[in-house]
Design a protein around this ligand. Structure first.
Ligand SMILES: [Zn+2]
Length: 696
């Protein structure tokens, strides 16, 4: 997608054993006993907003994991998958409950007290996960399991053993203790880094006369006070339209600078400590850098291979990006001849103006067709049709906040899982867009559940929540993750779920679903004017799609910028790493816009916690996603046979096969750059643009 703001992509929150937790299994909280039949078994929020109830809940799951581990290690006689891999997976499942739900409440909990407790418990639960990943008795028991006959179980066992070795299970006692302590510190620092960002909402005060260019519903939601002043926060629904539409350069710069200062300077110390601890752990495990360790079990394999791959992506996108940027600068100079270079703070504004002039497309003109509630209905209906599932609202479900909506996902009559949508900003809530696992799926035993945690417009009385079309694309992106989790969560083991596949495949199903935005059949099924009810006119749609082809190559260059920051921060010596200088150098390598002094975006780049060195995932998976999408019939995207084939070969296997196998099975060959290059060239190639926007 092109009109995505120049910020990193939405993310998925992953449980990565490597970034797990601390020294020993947490002590049991007195009085914490719940049995399997207890209604509090599934959900951490069932105890309300009481931090003590959350603590009890998390410890019940940690205790259960302990019991599973004890059962596993007590086995006498021959090891089998049933008496060893199964209890291992049961323990993993219990710790997945604890880590994922504590982590969700850390981002969305109703009160500060609850979020504080959830943060501490995320750490505790991750510590238990780390302890499991370094437990030599469990490892040796797993190595004694005979090679399973079926390929899926064999793959799961082999992959589990690989993760054990990477975690350092075969080191001596003292080294393992050191590893656990470092993992604990990594979890703590990562959580602190993100928490600073969640809590750091900045507000810019501007004169109401500076709001020219902003849409009427935005103005209605931003009334001036008695002194004629308007407050704009750095929350995405507030800041993004201001940076894109406001005619006042002063306002754009103020908002942009506030947004790029979030987390700064508080996170400087935290980030340095995080990177130092990661580097120390990598060295202890025999790796030159953290990036070498973090890529060892990924499709990519190593930073050296990544650098080769990035060269290909750079050469595929650099020239087109330069052409796009030159056209933009020439356009801006027609309006302002004194302009030498476009400031990064003005980039989104000028891109919008350019699209208006060159493609006769004003992105405000489509916002009235994307009121939040209709979009939610439309995304769900489209995904249902594509993946051959039925997604039905469920009422009366108690969740962590009254605004959360709940749906069940069915395959015919059988329920596949449950999803929760928490879609609008709140004070203290996580500020980004992510998909999070709540429960893992275990075939015939436990259904997968997942949540979207987003910050879209709307959610307030009287606010229709008119979305920018880039917001709709983000919604589709996150829904792609959610479907991967639910459809991929129907395997015999919890550890075989969709989110347990190699981390650098995880952004393929999400980015693949983004492409469905470009189909008129899909859009016209839900894009209706929030006042008149009129369907998005086909002619307006065609202009939007055409305008959207502009900026794809420079968008990919921007992804290379984030990829490089993520890689450089995890390969350069952390003690002497100058964050501002490296960030600026990478910025200037991949962007033609003028760097804005005071831009410390790295301080709120929360992907540095979850993805660490591996932000490249987005670039690698964009290539795969476009190759996947090219297999669908453009004349019948949702109804053709490719949807079911994709569901069966890519999503349903979850982590039962290597990701490269999933890709090969769907494509029938290795992935290549052809579809990716075609997609980037579309702007310069009328024929291709027309073909890709063909109505159903
Ligand atoms: Zn994602």
């Amino acid at each position: 997608m092109t009109v995505r703001p120049p910020r990193p992509l939405p993310k998925i929150l992953l449980l990565v054993a490597l970034s797990g937790g601390c020294a020993q299994l947490a002590a049991t909280v007195p009085g914490s006993s719940l049995d399997a039949g207890s209604p509090m078994y599934l959900h951490a929020w069932d105890g309300g907003d009481d931090p003590a109830a959350l603590e009890r809940w998390v410890h019940v799951h940690i205790d259960r994991a302990d019991a599973d581990i004890a059962k596993l290690t007590a086995v006498e006689g021959a090891r089998t998958a049933q008496n060893t891999l199964r209890p291992y997976d049961d323990a993993f499942n219990e710790l997945t409950f604890a880590t994922s739900q504590a982590s969700v409440l850390y981002g969305v909990g109703a009160t500060k007290e609850l979020r504080d407790k959830a943060q501490a418990l995320t750490q505790t639960a991750n510590a238990a996960l780390t302890a499991l990943s370094l437990n030599p008795a469990v490892y040796h028991a797993l190595t004694a399991v005979p090679t399973p006959a079926d390929a899926a179980t064999r793959h799961y066992l082999e992959r589990t053993l690989l993760e054990y070795r990477l975690a350092g299970v075969d080191k001596d006692d003292a080294t393992r203790a050191k590893i656990e302590a470092l993992q604990d510190r990594i979890t703590e620092l990562g959580l602190a880094f993100e928490r600073t960002v969640h809590d750091d909402v900045r507000t810019v005060v501007v004169d109401k006369g500076q709001l020219g260019g902003l849409p009427p519903d935005y103005l209605a939601a931003h009334l001036a006070d008695a002194r004629g002043q308007v407050r704009i926060t750095t929350d995405p629904p507030d800041a993004w339209p201001a940076e894109k539409f406001a005619d006042s350069a002063e306002l754009r710069h103020k908002v942009s600078l506030a947004a790029e200062s979030v987390g700064y300077p508080a996170n400087e110390k935290t980030l340095r400590a995080l990177l130092e601890t990661r580097a120390e752990l990598a060295h202890l495990l025999g790796y030159a850098t953290w990036a070498d360790l973090a890529m060892a079990d990924q499709m990519m394999g190593s930073p050296a291979k990544l650098r080769d791959y990035l060269k290909q992506i750079d050469s595929a996108s650099r020239e087109s990006a330069a052409r796009e940027d030159a056209a933009l600068l020439a356009f801006a100079r027609e309006r302002d001849p004194s302009l030498k270079q476009i400031s990064a703070a003005d980039a989104r504004y000028w891109q919008e103006q350019y699209r208006r002039a060159k493609f006769n497309f004003d992105s405000q003109s489509v916002r009235p067709y994307f009121p939040y509630a209709e979009v939610e209905r439309g995304v769900i209906a489209s995904a249902s049709r594509l993946f051959h599932v039925d997604i039905r609202p469920v009422s009366g479900v108690h969740t962590w906040h009254p605004s959360v909506t709940t749906y069940d996902v069915y395959d015919g009559k059988s329920r596949l899982g449950r999803i929760y949508l928490d879609m609008h900003p709140r004070e203290g809530k996580d500020k980004w867009f992510s998909t999070q696992q709540l429960t893992a799926g275990v075939l015939h035993r436990q259904l997968p559940e997942g949540a979207l945690v987003c910050n879209f417009p709307g959610g307030r009385a009287g606010d229709p929540g008119l979305m920018q079309y880039g917001d709709v694309v983000i919604f589709l992106h996150e829904f792609g993750h959610l479907m991967h989790h639910v459809i991929g969560g129907q395997n015999p083991y919890a550890g075989e779920g969709g989110f347990n596949v190699e981390g650098d495949f995880i952004e393929a199903p999400s980015q693949m679903l983004e492409e469905f935005f470009h189909d008129y059949g899909v859009l016209s099924s839900f894009a209706r004017h929030y006042q008149s009810g009129a369907v998005l006119p086909q002619e307006l749609y065609a202009r939007m799609n055409r305008a959207d082809t502009y900026g794809r190559a420079s968008g990919q260059q921007r992804q290379l910028l984030y990829t490089s920051v993520s890689l450089d921060f995890h390969t350069l010596p952390p003690a002497t790493l100058d964050f501002d200088a490296v960030y600026r150098r990478d910025f200037e390598r991949f962007s033609s816009f003028a760097f804005v002094p005071g831009d410390h975006q790295w301080a709120s780049f929360t992907h540095l916690n979850g993805y660490s060195s591996n932000y490249y995932t987005y670039v690698l998976d964009k290539v795969i996603a476009l190759d996947f999408f090219a297999q669908f019939d453009p004349r019948d995207l949702l109804g053709g046979p490719a949807g079911m084939r994709y569901r069966q070969t890519v999503l349903a296997p979850g982590a039962t096969q290597p990701a490269t196998q999933l890709v090969h099975d769907f494509l029938g060959r290795e992935p290549n750059l052809e579809a990716y290059q075609r997609w980037m060239r579309a702007e310069f190639d009328d024929a291709a643009a027309t073909a890709s926007s063909a109505a159903r």
